[in-house]
Design a protein around this ligand. Structure first.
Ligand SMILES: NCc1[nH]cc(CCC(=O)O)c1CC(=O)O
Length: 319
């Protein structure tokens, strides 16, 4: 007798299908049950507006969450950076698996790295966070670039470079990895130059909070270090009262002494999109053992950033 399949709600994009497919296999292994994909269309997929105009937070996840709450699917996989920071009581963030490469990358024409771009290079990104840091990096290199707001899926964005409309586009390494296109990257941008979006590179597996068996089974896919890191990053974002379309970057990583993990370091940045002003700070603390400890690290850094004028730099946000 075969057990009843678990229904995994997923968006239809190639990226969503790739990451859902990978999680489906892992869930099937830990539960011993087959997993079937159920396609769901979200507002973020159908709208042609710029993300910053839609308001950002939640456009990709709302429809998936509604399907979960209606019981049409058993669990859903989100890119963690697209997930709004407040967790609804009815839904459990059952697992945050090991994070993929958190970096942003450049895909430029003719194999160019960022430092090799010519003056006036047109670089596509719709993200105020990327604009702020790319413009600041360019300034440090004595280079002038023009950031051009674009959106669309990975194919569309890379297409602007292949078609000659843009000199380069900046994307998340993790997304390219999941669809097997890292071979096209011309520059991996170090996190100490371009801090990624909070949660970038990590996935979130959500299910109904009252489905205790499933919550427990999915928890086997959780990586406590990734969870602590992204919790601290998202706490920083929440404490800055910023959304996913705000110019906020954050990245937490473990500091080790030889083989022994010593501390969690959290770095954060807020800036104006022209890159003329950035507030970039870092803090370290003992590796958090509880959700509250990870949250505290984020709040601590947010308070320091706000004291340095971070709030004034987020004036461009829409909501
Ligand atoms: N904003 C869209 C989005 N949401 C998640 C990813 C893929 C990377 C990830 O899972 O963090 C991307 C594409 C990108 O930013 O290039």
């Amino acid at each position: 007798m075969t057990e009843q399949a678990l229904r995994l709600g997923t968006r239809r994009s190639r990226l969503a299908m790739a990451q859902s497919g990978q999680v489906a296999d892992a869930v099937s292994q830990v539960t011993g049950r087959p997993v079937e994909l159920v396609e769901i269309t979200t507002y973020g997929d159908t709208s042609r507006e710029h993300l910053a105009q839609i308001g950002g937070t939640g456009v990709f996840v709302t429809a998936l969450r509604e399907a979960l709450l209606r019981g049409e699917v058993d669990f859903a996989v989100h890119s963690l950076k697209d997930l709004p920071t407040g967790q609804p009581d009815e839904l459990a963030l059952a697992a945050v698996p090991v994070r993929a490469d958190a970096r942003d990358v450049l895909i430029a024409r003719d194999g160019l790295t960022f430092a090799e771009l010519p003056d006036g290079a047109r670089i596509g990104t719709g993200s105020p966070r990327r604009m702020a840091q790319l413009n600041a990096y360019a300034r440090d290199l004595g280079l002038t670039i023009e950031t051009v707001p674009i959106r669309g899926n990975i194919d569309t964005r890379i297409g602007f470079v292949r078609g000659g409309e843009l000199d380069g586009v900046v994307l998340a390494a993790a997304g390219l990895q999941r669809v097997g296109r890292t071979g096209e990257v011309t520059d991996f941008l170090p996190v100490d130059i371009i801090l990624p979006a909070p949660g970038q590179g990590a996935l979130a597996i959500e299910c109904a909070a009252d489905n205790a068996d499933l919550v427990a089974a999915l928890a086997e896919l959780d990586d406590p270090y990734t969870r602590a890191a992204v919790t601290a990053e998202r706490s920083l974002l929440a404490a800055l009262e910023a959304g996913c379309s705000a110019p906020v970057g954050a990245f937490a990583d473990l500091l080790a002494d030889g083989q022994v993990v010593k501390e969690l370091r959290l770095r954060g940045v807020v800036g104006t999109t022209d890159g003329s002003t950035l507030v970039q700070l870092s803090t370290t603390g003992p590796v958090p053992e509880t959700h509250d400890q990870a949250m505290a690290l984020g709040r601590e850094l947010a308070a320091e950033m706000l004291a340095k004028g971070a709030a004034g730099l987020m004036g461009e946000r829409v909501h």
